[in-house]
Ligand binder design. Structure first.
Ligand code: HEC
Length: 160
């Protein structure tokens, strides 16, 4: 009697352990998925509607030469701090990204670039996007000129 009880008990223990291991896999996958929020809808403009035309018409004063793009890249990956959220290569996978909702934009997506003018992106870098982790960067970490250079690097990521 006692023997039967012990066998059953140890059987249960093994079974539960196996089950726990099996369930830990989908649970882990679910948690990782939940911790990465989605990028916000691209069709919503990120600039004030009443200034849209004016903002869209802004032009980058720097040409997209290899020298200017690499100046922008250095800023992006250091002093300008963009990499902490948008990732070193701009894939939206920076160290701070998992906790952010909406997620930082992925600059390697061609669709993103085709839906924004330079002026709109410059505005966002300068003024930030209210209600998101995207802060005003001009005046805090970079100047307007540096923002235009960073934008050249950002644009170059969409052409790869
Ligand atoms: C603290 C995190 C954080 C940092 C640092 C940061 N961003 Fe962002 N950025 C975000 C988030 C989050 C979004 C998405 C907001 C949204 O979709 O509304 C975003 C969106 C953007 C967009 C896309 C806006 C659009 O039109 O959809 C641009 C461009 C951008 N960031 C550029 C930069 C640049 C350049 C830097 C560095 C100078 C930078 N960001 C630094 C979090 C960050």
């Amino acid at each position: 009697m006692r023997e039967a009880f012990t066998t059953k008990n140890s059987f249960l223990r093994v079974f539960n352990l196996k089950q726990a291991i099996w369930w830990s896999v989908p649970t882990f996958v679910l948690l990782v998925t939940l911790s990465f929020a989605a990028e916000a809808d691209l069709s919503n403009k990120r600039v004030p509607a009443e200034k849209l035309k004016e903002i869209q018409a802004l032009k980058n004063p720097f040409e997209a030469s290899p020298e200017n793009i690499s100046k922008g890249k250095v800023l992006y990956q250091t002093q300008a701090t963009c990499f902490t959220c948008h990732g070193k290569e701009g894939r939206g996978d920076g160290l701070a990204a998992p906790g952010l909702d909406p997620s930082p934009r992925n600059f390697t997506s061609a669709g993103f670039h085709s839906m924004r003018t330079d002026g709109e992106l410059f505005w966002v870098i300068k003024k930030g996007i209210p209600g998101t982790a995207m802060m005003p960067m001009v005046g805090s970490v970079i100047t307007e000129e540096e923002a235009w250079l960073v934008l050249l690097y950002e644009r170059s990521l969409g052409r790869r």
